[in-house]
Write a protein that binds this ligand. Sequence first.
Ligand SMILES: Cc1cc2nc3c(=O)[nH]c(=O)nc-3n(C[C@H](O)[C@H](O)[C@H](O)COP(=O)(O)OP(=O)(O)OC[C@H]3O[C@@H](n4cnc5c(N)ncnc54)[C@H](O)[C@@H]3O)c2cc1C
Length: 496
Amino acid sequence: MKYDVVIIGSGLGGLQCAYILSREGYNVCLIEKNHQLGGCLQTFKRNNSIFDTGMHYIGSMEEGQVLNNFFRYFKLVGKLQLKKLDENGYEIIQFGGREYKFAMGHERFLDTMLEYFPKEGKGLRKYVSKLREISSSVDLYNMREFSGQKTKYLEYYAVGIDNYLDSLTHDMTLKSVLLGTSPLYAGVKDRTPLYIPMIIHSSYIESAYRFIDGGSQMSELLAGYITENGGTILLRSKVTKFIFDSSSLKAVEINNAEKVEGKYFISNIHPKAMFSLIEKAPIRPAYRKRISSIEDTYGIFSLYLAMKENAFEYINSNFYVYKTDNVWDGDNYTKKNWPKGYMMHISPNSKNEKYTDAIIVNTYMNWNEVKHWQHTTVEQRGDSYREFKRQKAEKMLDILEKDFPGIRSKTKAWNTSTPLTYRDYIGTHKGSIYGLLKDYNNPLKTMIMPRTNIPNFFLTGQNINIHGVIGVTICSILTCAELIGMQQLLNKMRKA
Ligand SMILES: Cc1cc2nc3c(=O)[nH]c(=O)nc-3n(C[C@H](O)[C@H](O)[C@H](O)COP(=O)(O)OP(=O)(O)OC[C@H]3O[C@@H](n4cnc5c(N)ncnc54)[C@H](O)[C@@H]3O)c2cc1C
């Protein structure tokens, strides 16, 4: 069977492209290697608790706010089971032995921060007005047509967040607190562009919500709409080869056997993984070389705690905890001083509002630590890997016990994941958390456009624009606009 559009990978970007194009009348085929759709939207259930793997909270979901505007078109508004985080402190940054809360709403955020840093009014006001400036001037964020080279996006992409904060304040504690959510963007001091943390903060400062019973509800809803629109979804179908003729992509091979042909193709998988499936193609060598040489974001170790019934009270805030005075050096650790901090998400569930049954704790983990088992696959890594994970879990639990006394005894069971888990489930290079690392020193090197030099082959997902629900959504629009036309697509979205 030949489809209008074949989409490889069912991460948020793949699902959104399949939704948009099937809604606009294209006959789409979405191909996913796993038995569960969604990539990072996947959840898993252990000991009766549901755990998110890569979507803990989303922002700007209220009427008139950015994600709400986009999600209206995706028919997700009013359908997702969400819990609004604490308006007075949706994030809690623990740094230097003190707690700092991020409040929702620009004014409330400013007022709270001024209570902690009364002498820093000038810098804080500039920070908040920059958040407003960036969110109002980036075209697609506001459903305005992308104005190409003149876009403000490029201006914010070419400045580093670290330098920008230095220009606002000499108070190193304030700077560290403002950088406190850097695990949300895998921040690197001399690389991270201002644009990324500011877009993320802009979204959450408007409003922040957790998923009740997990984020896979998003992929389930989108998959339902895709099939209603006549789309085909193939699960357990790993693309093993891209098949080109002299000038275009003809088909993809799945599970080393069947071929799926298409008129157009969209790849939602990590570009380095994609290149490994392309033997011979009319892709420009310089393009391949540029993308292959981009570094990846760091990997993480996750500890998933299944809590005993009615034991650990639900806390309506995320924790970003630092055991170091340098927020940038989380990945620069030794066996002895690991972990230098962690982020903790507490999951709400529909059965019990007062107590949580699932806590997720994430911290940095370098690829080198798991490299030893790189030739193994899920559940087949052997006793030494199990022991490695056990030791890491115990160390993390010791730290958590100091910060949240009693948490150990309230835990029923725990599970873990490492960069190897993300490599094997999601297909990210070396298990990197958010795919390719963006770099303000060389924006054009790390910015990848949906269009390739093959006329019927496009890219989408977190590696192309930025990661996270907003970044990936904007990228899906950029990608689908290549087929539908930007003006036409945005008109439909604005009317939705
Ligand atoms: C731990 C963690 C926490 C996060 N928390 C948040 C959060 O709270 N809020 C937020 O907004 N964002 C968060 N993110 C980021 C967000 O989840 C991602 O940016 C986004 O989901 C990535 O979407 P994507 O479209 O790029 O696809 P991906 O999720 O990368 O999915 C790619 C898909 O392609 C499939 N695939 C790969 N190779 C093949 C192949 N050969 N054949 C077929 N299929 C293939 C994979 O199985 C996968 O399903 C988090 C990420 C992580 C890792």
